[in-house]
Design a protein around this ligand. Structure first.
Ligand code: ADP
Ligand code: MG
Length: 245
C-alpha cells in the first residue's frame, strides 16, 4: 500500500486528527549559522492511527514531536489539531490543549524521584478539578492497566527501567488523551521489556487512542500501521503497513 491508499482509507471512515502543512523549524544560535531541523513537513494523521516514526539520530524526530505536542512552535507552516489552526493560539490555549488531549512520553521517563508511582501518575490531574481520593483512584486504575497496581507506593528508584517506563505510560494515559506521542520509549530497555512496552502501546491503540511512536527500532516500527521516515528534516517515506489493528 502507498500513501494514497492511506488517504483513501481516511475518507472511508476515520477523521483527521492532525494536519501539518509545510512546517519548518529553524534553530537560531549565537555562534553558528541557523540550523533547519525540519524543512517543509506536510503530514496528515487520522484519529486512531498507530504510526511509527523512524530516522537517524539528528534527523528531526524529537523536534517534530515537540511541535506536535505544542511544546515548541514551528518557524513556518500551519499545524491544525482537530481542524483548528494553532498558529494564533495563546500559550494558555496551547497548554490547555496539551493537558486535555495530548500526552507525551519522554525517553527519560522524567518521573518525580521523591514521589511514589501513583503520585507520579496522578501528577497531570489538577488538584483543583479532582478530589484527593479521585486522583488516587484514577492513578491506581491507570497503574493497573500497565500491570503495576502492586507497585503504586514505590518510589521510581525502587523500580526497574521497564517499570519506570510503564509508570510514565500510565501518567500519559490517566487523562485519556486523544493522542499519545512517545519518543524512543524503548530505547533504554532490554529486549523483553521492549516487547512488553510495545504490546502496551498496541493495547492503548486498540482502546482507541492515536499513537505516534518514535523509535530507532525498525522491527517495532514495522509492527505499527504506518511508517513515516524522516531524513535531514524531510519526510522521505510515508507508507501504510499491512498490520491489523
Ligand atoms: P532526532 O530526535 O531525530 O535525533 P532532533 O529533533 O533532536 O533529532 O534534532 C534535529 C536537529 O536539530 C539536530 O541537528 C539537533 O542538533 C538540532 N536541534 C534540536 N534541538 C535544538 C535546539 N534546541 N537548538 C539548536 N539545535 C537543535
Ligand atoms: Mg530524538
Amino acid at each position: 500500500m502507498n500513501r494514497t491508499s492511506n488517504a483513501l482509507s481516511r475518507r472511508d471512515g476515520t477523521d483527521t486528527l492532525i494536519q501539518l502543512e509545510h512546517i519548518s523549524k529553524t534553530y537560531q544560535s549565537d555562534h553558528a549559522v541557523p540550523h533547519q531541523a525540519l524543512q517543509d513537513i506536510s503530514l496528515e494523521i487520522g484519529r486512531g492511527e498507530f504510526v511509527g516514526i523512524v530516522g537517524n539520530s539528528g534527523s528531526g524526530k524529537s523536534t517534530l514531536m515537540r511541535i506536535l505536542s505544542c511544546e515548541e512552535r514551528p518557524t513556518a507552516g500551519v499545524y491544525r489539531f482537530e481542524g483548528i489552526s494553532l498558529q494564533d493560539s495563546t500559550p494558555q490555549a496551547l497548554s490547555r490543549l496539551r493537558r486535555r488531549k495530548i500526552a507525551v512520553i519522554p525517553q527519560q521517563y522524567r518521573l518525580l524521584r521523591r514521589c511514589s508511582a501513583w503520585e507520579n501518575v496522578a501528577a497531570p490531574l489538577n488538584s483543583g478539578s479532582f478530589s484527593p481520593s479521585d486522583r488516587r483512584r484514577r492513578a491506581l486504575r491507570a497503574l493497573r492497566q500497565v500491570g503495576l497496581r502492586d507497585c503504586a507506593d514505590r518510589l521510581p528508584g525502587e523500580l526497574s527501567g521497564g517499570q519506570q517506563q510503564r509508570v510514565a505510560i500510565a501518567r500519559a494515559m490517566v487523562c485519556h488523551p486523544a493522542m499519545i506521542l512517545a519518543d524512543e520509549p524503548t530505547g533504554a530497555l532490554d529486549i523483553e521489556s521492549r516487547e512488553a512496552i510495545f504490546q502496551l502501546f498496541q493495547q492503548i491503540h486498540a482502546a482507541g487512542a492515536t499513537v505516534l511512536l518514535i523509535t530507532h527500532d525498525l522491527s517495532l516500527a514495522a509492527r505499527t500501521q504506518r511508517l513515516v521516515r524522516i531524513h535531514r528534516g524531510h519526510i522521505c517515506e510515508d507508507r501504510c503497513l499491512d498490520n491489523i489493528a
